[in-house]
Design a protein around this ligand. Sequence first.
Ligand SMILES: CC(C)(COP(=O)(O)OP(=O)(O)OC[C@H]1O[C@@H](n2cnc3c(N)ncnc32)[C@H](O)[C@@H]1OP(=O)(O)O)[C@@H](O)C(=O)NCCC(=O)NCCS
Ligand SMILES: [Zn+2]
Length: 202
Amino acid sequence: MICPICCMEYAAGLGEDEKAHAAFHDQVVNGVRARPLSTERVIWQERNRRITIVDAHSPRAQKLRAQKLASGAGMGIPSVGGLYHADESMEVRGTNILLHHVGHRAVGIMMLQPRTTVWRHVWRDDQGTEFQACPDITQMWSIIFVAVSMNRRRSGIGRELYQSALSLFALSPDQIGWCSPFTDAGIAFLRAVCPDHFYQAE
Ligand SMILES: CC(C)(COP(=O)(O)OP(=O)(O)OC[C@H]1O[C@@H](n2cnc3c(N)ncnc32)[C@H](O)[C@@H]1OP(=O)(O)O)[C@@H](O)C(=O)NCCC(=O)NCCS
Ligand SMILES: [Zn+2]
């Protein structure tokens, strides 16, 4: 059968399959088990919530956390060959990842890369935009994707990731772009954090 929530296909009644499904399902819904590590670079912390940064130099365990969270929380975001893999070179594309944790679970992920082609969008009354190219902007940090575990959505985690990305690179909202494709939830979120206009950076 195919689980309607995590979309994993498994044989109901088959012990090993059931177990594999339970583990993946938990990861999609509740996030990735992630005890605080001494090697973590914490960039923001409040009560039991913390955000860490993962980049090219991070230990593999942290990259694997990011990979699991991307495939779990990011399920449903269109991508060719997966959103992030622990073995891909983060150096080549300048990839930085922010991981949001609540207690002992990693529950939110935001991936950023510098991008070079930029448009400025102004929201219309419907969900559409008026947009124009910005040839003067030759490079900009872009949010490649953002995803939060199902059970943790709508509790401000996306917003906290966005604020941390701005603080980390000391940017104003007009100095950070967003990369398509956008999901419906992604557009609703983008409209909430950038209510007047936003930059698309590919
Ligand atoms: C998009 C996503 C990352 C938002 O993360 P989040 O932690 O739930 O966002 P926040 O709680 O910080 O929401 C901030 C505001 O954005 C808006 N918003 C976020 N998700 C929304 C949704 N699904 N529908 C309508 N508005 C939404 C709300 O105004 C919200 O404020 P409120 O909860 O006080 O009303 C999350 O829904 C997600 O992971 N979706 C699946 C993956 C995905 O589609 N990612 C986007 C790729 S482009
Ligand atoms: Zn499932």
